[in-house]
Design a binder for this molecule. Structure first.
Ligand code: SAM
Length: 466
């Protein structure tokens, strides 16, 4: 018997080709989706409603990638980006889309993800909460140092690049003080005569600049993260920045010799001030260190937390668990109305600060436990710490719930589960598993909070009830 291979279907596009397309949809990372003779084409910075000449940059068997050459008819939602670094800088990917259309797109993304990945046929009405002012909202920034034409530059990674840093004069999603700190830190790094760290050769000195600005006090804490090297250079830079900007009240030095591109240092030293910054969330006064997790958009997070407190409707009798609790913000906000709250978190430093923040706020009914949720639930019977849970709140990292956490969570049979998620895909996956394994649960509430305007990210608050 002879077999014949069907002739390879010729691709309708090739790299370098210029064609005209209508952009139909928006994909993640601000890429428009067009179809050309049956082939999907991802167009960098293309928007639904654009009719544009595009140039193909990459051609794969299943899809092509392209850049805009000329807009023949722009989308009615297209606008001039506020930031002149937009397109090059990896910080934002939606500034060219008007704000109401950004929010509408996120809602569509959420619905499609829950329906397609989560298999959820019927959804409750979604409450969408946009920001009143979608700029300058981040309380924490992690900038990087790089080099350009023999000078040190400070800014954010170029879109899609781990090596190139885009020098920023002003960042539109950070508070203005963070941009001022960036300029001063860049000047100080250049004055030191030491080079920026080169991630390809793993050589050089200046690596990252972590900035936290307190909404409560207007003060800033910053951490200069370097490779091993002379301490005096960092002390001089810290003095230079604080002299120019008196609201920078604390400066830390972090040393990282890691090959991976993460700002988390192996050791830190306080050079000026303290290692914590004071912050307020609702009635809570909190202390936070540079690398702790705290929602970066605190004013909007406060609105979500308020909705959650109201939805919890606690009467003072309930036992509440806050799993993946970070600094314990949710547990501490719910504690005054609960009988007992338990927070679980894997980072020892978060747990220590959560406990001291509980004392600081006079909350004696909050207990924080250090460990991985899945280990504590599965092997150490976490839910036996007190009476059975009346409410469990989960706020996991982007990957979602650990598969081993799901069984014990279901066995504990909490009447209500609040799920806070920064990733619709893992939320959809987890809801699917939870609802399949516990058919008595219903998805009763879905709220989309736009914590991250100008980017494709969102925060979702979902409630499951029996
Ligand atoms: C999204 S943050 C939670 C934030 C917190 N609920 C708040 O509102 O500020 C997720 C937290 O989960 C912690 N974490 C990650 N994996 C974990 C695990 N397996 N077990 C326990 N905590 C974990 C992280 O350290 C981080 O603090």
């Amino acid at each position: 018997m002879t077999t014949t291979t069907p002739p390879a279907r010729s691709r309708p596009l090739r790299a370098g080709q210029v064609v005209v397309v209508e952009i139909e949809k928006l994909a993640l990372l601000g890429r428009g989706i067009a179809r050309y003779e049956g082939m999907t084409v991802f167009v960098k910075d293309g928007l639904p409603g654009d009719r544009a000449q595009i140039c193909v940059t990459k051609c794969k068997p299943q899809y092509a990638e392209a850049r805009l050459v000329q807009l023949e008819r722009p989308s009615p939602h297209r606008m001039t980006p506020a930031c002149r670094h937009f397109g090059a800088c990896g910080g934002c990917d939606l500034q060219h889309l008007d704000y109401p259309a950004q929010v509408a797109w996120k809602q569509t993304q959420l619905v499609e993800t829950l329906q397609h990945l989560g298999g959820l046929k019927t959804l409750p009405p979604i409450t969408v909460v946009p920001m009143d002012d979608p700029w300058h909202y981040r309380n924490k920034m992690e900038f990087s140092f790089g080099e350009e034409a023999g000078r040190i530059v400070a800014g954010l990674h170029q879109r899609g690049s781990f090596q190139r840093i885009v020098k920023l004069e002003h960042c539109w999603i950070a508070p203005p003080l963070a941009s001022d700190i960036l300029q001063q830190a860049e000047l100080a790094a250049n004055a030191s005569g030491l080079p920026a760290y080169d991630p390809r050769r793993h050589q050089g000195f200046w690596r990252y600049l972590v900035v936290r600005v307190s909404r409560a006090t207007g003060e800033a804490l910053l951490m200069l993260v370097t490779n091993e090297g002379p301490r005096e250079a960092v002390v001089r830079a810290a003095e230079q920045v604080t002299r120019a900007l008196p609201t920078v009240t604390s400066v830390l030095w972090g040393v990282s010799t890691r090959v991976s591109d993460v700002a988390h240092p192996e050791r830190t030293e306080v050079l000026i001030g303290r290692d914590t910054l004071e912050e307020r969330i609702g009635p809570l006064a909190l202390e936070v260190r540079p690398m702790n997790f705290l929602q970066p958009n605190l004013s909007h997070a406060e609105r979500l937390y308020r909705e959650m407190q109201a939805a919890a409707g606690l009467q003072g009798r309930e036992t509440v668990y806050d799993l993946y609790c970070g600094l314990g913000v949710i547990a501490l906000l719910l504690a005054p109305d609960a009988h007992r709250v338990y927070g679980v978190e894997s980072e020892p430093d978060h747990v220590a600060l959560a406990s001291s923040n509980a004392s600081r706020n006079g909350l004696s009914n909050a207990t924080f436990v250090c460990g991985k949720v899945e280990d504590l639930l599965l092997r150490r019977g976490l839910f036996r710490l007190g009476p059975p849970p009346d409410l469990v709140v989960v706020d996991p990292p982007r990957v979602g719930l650990h598969p081993e956490a799901i069984g014990p969570l279901l066995q504990a049979q909490p009447p209500r589960l609040f799920y806070i998620s920064c990733n619709p895909a893992s939320l959809a996956h987890d809801l699917k598993v939870l609802l399949e394994r516990e058919p008595r649960w219903r998805l009763t509430r879905l709220s989309l909070y736009d914590f991250f305007p100008q980017t494709g990210h969102m925060e979702v608050f979902a409630t499951l009830e029996r």
